[in-house]
Design a protein around this ligand. Sequence first.
Ligand code: IPM
Ligand code: MG
Length: 365
Amino acid sequence: MKQVKICVLEGDGIGPEIVKQAVKVLKSACNARGIELELTNALLGGAAIDAVGTPLPDATIEQCKKSDAVLLGAVGGPKWDSLPSEQRPEKGLLGIRSALGLYANLRPAAIFPALRSASPLKDDIIRDGIDILVVRELTGDVYFGKHARKQEDGYEIGYDIMQYSTYEVERIARTAFELARKRNRRVTSVDKANVLETSRVWRETVTRIAKEYPDVALSHMYVDNAAMQLVRNPAQFDVLVTGNIFGDILSDEASMISGSIGMLASASLGSGKLGLYEPIHGSAPDIAGKGLANPLATILSAAMMLRFSLDLPELADAIEKAVENTLDAARTADIQDPSLPVYTTEEMGSYVADQVGQLLNNNKD
Ligand code: IPM
Ligand code: MG
């Protein structure tokens, strides 16, 4: 019997309630195929600060390393906003990505046909469908350069060093080209090479690595233009590869094309099989505990986990199909449709779990 070990990091705000739904869906999928699911919980973010005084306890890193994959909700909230930067919940998230060596963050922004009317973009822009894969570098850039303050002429100056080494760019570029080979063989590399030295190293390196992939078409775009093109003509993009900060910003923008940030999943991968899977939205403390959160991004993240870390693509397909079916039957508040019932977080999760069970049981040979 196949056994999979998953470390669950619920985090803060809506984290626990959305993760609970994704776990329900995972259990339903694994049950249908007799796969043994071993779940352990560990602390991250504000929840860890409250329990043990640090956003990333060593025990959490160890537990994650012992697992096949990590499922994460979201971290942060106003309760911890006034803490010094080293002790904030976000530090826990950045720390776990880095401690596990997860340098490639995959954020697919596709549009479910049932959600076309939820997209803020005009119908003629999204008519032919959108299927973008944002590949965001996750362990470098201004996020991990030196952060400091200094006094000068009586003023305080804050600074954060933006930097990329060719090594970091080479590996993320390869990830992007490899993924493009399984898609439409187009990579757009986004930078600000007209201004930043970091970006010039980025662009030269991506161009050099592209020679290893003559079957993939590479183009370059400045980040300001990319932000515009994402709303003007998003269908032009296949794989969009970029650095940590530009990827953070552009992936939120790309997510809105799909109708709601509550729909966007992500996978963070390193050089091995271990991956961390999380929705791209935050902890939404304002709606926590109210049953309003959309669990689909976390459920779709669980599907990515089955595909990338657990080698169970059949189960991943079933979850994605189940989400499509669910969107035809019911909606959470963020993606309401006048003709469909509005479900709570819990109801939505149960509906998907049920669909997954049915799809897999109908397909048994
Ligand atoms: C994300 C988030 C994080 C990031 C924050 C919470 C640190 O915005 O995953 O996109 O900037 O990476
Ligand atoms: Mg972000």
